[in-house]
Design a binder for this molecule. Structure first.
Ligand SMILES: [Fe+2]
Ligand SMILES: [Fe+2]
Length: 178
């Protein structure tokens, strides 16, 4: 796993998280579809466990990464389109969490080899979850990430310039270069 050490790595890390999200959305769908026609076998139960672990841990961590490091940059942008996008993306995280809480018990049941749930209801909840996630990822990739990246780079350049100027002005006058 890439660690978010620098700005470039940070956005690579976020992109990698989105690729993982998309892979797990596909796995989630295949888990749900497989149980419509057959009892889950050992491989199906294992896949359900992977999906559960991903959405319970990694996806929530990804949302926190964005809420802590990306969304505040948009909120502070003083750009109406970006602050509106930030509010929507935060709200989406709430809806996605709520949707996942509807789906999660059924996936936990599949992982344990049970199927007590209503299949049609699960399929419907999955469709809502997928549509919201795909829209959400698209808005982040097309607007939130590029705009946050631009602003973080600009912020750092300004910070570097400030530090250079402050260091020079703090130097005793007799050390100043002519
Ligand atoms: Fe997000
Ligand atoms: Fe995201």
């Amino acid at each position: 796993m890439i660690s978010p050490r620098t700005q470039i790595d940070l956005f690579e890390f976020l992109d990698q998280s989105h690729r993982q999200l998309q892979r797990h959305l596909v796995l989630l769908r295949s888990t749900v579809e497989a149980c419509q026609t057959q009892q889950p076998d050992a491989a199906g139960r294992e896949q359900a466990r992977q999906v559960l672990a991903f959405f319970n841990v990694e996806a929530r961590q990804h949302h926190l990464d964005e809420e802590n490091h990306i969304f505040p940059v948009l909120a502070a942008s003083r750009n109406e389109a970006l602050t509106a996008a930030e509010r929507r993306l935060r709200q989406d995280h709430g809806w996605l969490e709520e949707n996942w809480l509807h789906i999660e018990p059924a996936i936990a049941a599949i992982s344990a080899g049970n199927q007590w749930f209503d299949h049609a209801e699960l399929l419907h909840a999955l469709e809502v979850f997928e549509a919201l996630y795909l829209d959400h990822l698209l808005l982040e990739e097309s607007l939130a990430y590029p705009e946050a990246e631009k602003r973080l780079l600009a912020y750092d350049r300004a910070g570097m310039g400030r530090e250079m100027a402050q260091r020079r002005s703090a130097r005793p006058a007799n050390q100043a270069t002519a």
